[in-house]
Design a protein around this ligand. Sequence first.
Ligand SMILES: [Zn+2]
Ligand SMILES: [Zn+2]
Length: 377
Amino acid sequence: MNLSLELSRDKPKIPATPVTTPSSSNPTRRQLFTPSTGYEDNSEAIKIVNQAIDLNSLEQLELIYLPGTNVHKRIQEVKKQFGMGVAKRKAKPVIQKRTPKCTAPPIRARQEKMALNEPCSFFKSLEPGIPPEFCESTAYFYRENYMKVKECLAKMLYILYNKQVFHNKLDVEITWSPRLQCTAGHCKNKADRNGVRSSRIELSDKVLTSADRLRSILIHELCHAAAWIFNGADGHGVAWRAWAARANEKFPDLPPITVCHKYKIFYKYTYKCRSCRATTHAHSKSRKRTGLICRLCKKKIKIFLNRKTKRGVRQTPVRPPLGFAKYFQDNYHKCRRNAVGGNVMRILAVEYAKEKALAEQSPITKYINKYLKFFFR
Ligand SMILES: [Zn+2]
Ligand SMILES: [Zn+2]
């Protein structure tokens, strides 16, 4: 020992390379991380941690080993055993992931968007998805003001179809019906005594609620009329299909003329069973509004009013009528039986006003009126 000390004394002093020891105040993992660090197995990890416990440098060791390594895991175990504060991970805020909305437009819309490089034809412009800048101006006007101008549009389409498809030889009466509730249109065929065939077309107010529907249904019914008048054929047979094919050929923008329609029908009222949730729809409200019972489970039924909004159809429960509406409901049929001419509404309004005024009178006025009525009747 002495010899070695002496030898070292004799040796010229070489300036020692400064050892970069991690300062406990500002340690950095990067400096301390060596390629071998972090790949220790369990037994090695236990040994390293035990050494660190002996040297009272567990905190420093924790800074060296990254989470996920065996040593870091062992440190956490030891800390837990000794009841030392285990570094808690900051709890991530719970974010409810919403199902991402499908941003891609449906295939048909995509195809349309791709194809829309030039202005659309009159027939194509009647479809609701076509942007205004690509629309034919007349068609756009009819499309946007459909409910007001549908009769005019029907006449215009009839002239167009008759000219292009039926050689201008079709003479058909077209009427609108509120009674067709699920059927979009109907072609009534008949033959007189002399064998002269004729047709009349009825279009549904309830189903044909847009210009593109009218465009498709009218040609379907006109093909029926043509098949009957020119070929004497009924139904969707060979003659009807031939006329439909001709129409599709003449108007390539017209969707294929089909036998059935798949239009979604808007119903103003929905009847829901409170118990079994059975649902049915109706265009008009039942006269019997209270005490409606489900056919299936014999429980009460609730009526909902459907309203079209920008977000879709909104349902609100139908409330029992109040004020004049209730008076009207209770007395309409009675009044109609007795009324002369068409003054039912007027009579009901006057009677209601009288009753209302009487109800608002003070008890003394009521008594005086009754007294006067008794003597001066
Ligand atoms: Zn048909
Ligand atoms: Zn039920």
